[in-house]
Design a protein around this ligand. Sequence first.
Ligand code: HEM
Ligand SMILES: N/C(=N/c1cccc(CO[C@@H]2CCNC2)c1)c1cccs1
Length: 364
Amino acid sequence: SAGPEAVRALAEEFVTLYHRERPEAGSADRRLAEVAAEISRTGTYTHTAQELDFGAKVAWRNSIRCIGRLYWQSLIVRDRRKVDSADQISREIVRHLCQATNGGRIRPCVTVFAPELPRRPAPRIWNDQLVRYAGYTRSDGSILGDPVSVDITAAAQNLGWPGGPGTPFDVLPLIVHGRDDKPRWFDLPDSAVLQVPIEHPEYEWFARLGVRWYAVPVISGMRLEIGGVRYPLAPFNGWYMGTEIGARNLADTDRYNLLPDIARRLGLDTSHDRSLWKDRALVELNLAVLHSFEKAGVTISDHHTESRHFLTHIAREERAGRTVGADWSWIVPPVSGAATPVFHRYYDTEQRYPAFVDQPKAPA
Ligand code: HEM
Ligand SMILES: N/C(=N/c1cccc(CO[C@@H]2CCNC2)c1)c1cccs1
């Protein structure tokens, strides 16, 4: 982790920010002195529960690639810093999934596990999302399931996972590397993993494709950094924007690659690009995703609504005297870009802290 001088500077900046935005917390001076003394003694310091809650919310507010930041103040922060064994982590992960899923009325949550300590590695989850579909490499070299999961599927099998039922949508086990034990795999109970069968509002053949997707995206591979303290295990969830599933996960040629099949069933001419068969298949697939989630009572947002909400967020932040950073290439949706208002403007691109950051993939 960062050296004591760097930690001291980041800690001072964070504590000052916290006391400026949460005036009810009183003067910063006493806390600044306490934190500086603890860093001198131990090389790090411990956030209060209130500082952690604020830091996680602001890390979301600072996520320049996130279009969904309007509700940043409503994040549920689950303080589990005392939890660092594989068993306890897997139990808390199931609780996170249940609390976040909430029967389909998805609640944005983050669970913060034990921080990195000088000379003591922190617990990690090897999965980049808590719920992912397996990717099995078959003897003829083809892949059954999600190609993005080929490595994590092999890792799970190497740890003794017997494999799932062998469908294209087998939920992977969680692989947890606790602080003081070896990496272990845990099957997630079906009751904790809500899934949505994908059907089309007009084409009854669509349901027969047997396509489904999971309801709650929970990112478990990023590190939460607050005031010089690193939390390498801080899984966070929101709800999906439909295009993530309909324009990327099910459409990319190196993912489920469904566009050619859908286009053929729509009777389109797939031999010429200029028939726009890919574009017409994309619209029907994205319509099917939004229709299916709504029918199942699972929160999802369309890219037009989410874009409008993001511009509302920017306006509100600027009224509060804050600048919103944003990365245009991630904010503009992967379909109908110029048909959404976020396309038609520039953004401040500075990444501010606290933040969720990429970190080396486990295993180290
Ligand atoms: C509430 C509904 C939310 C929606 C609809 C939403 C939407 C999105 C989308 C569409 C992306 C781009 C993902 C991609 O292109 O692969 C994204 C990125 C991101 N979101 Fe959100 N988000 C939401 C909530 C959250 C929450 C609660 C957090 C954290 C507490 C968060 C943190 C992030 C971060 C850190 C990224 C960038 C990830 C990376 O760099 O790989 N978002 N969000
Ligand atoms: N809707 C979401 N979408 C994502 C948010 C962050 C990251 C990702 C997945 O990012 C992968 C890496 C780059 N694209 C895929 C998806 C959320 C997940 C957790 C909170 S909101």
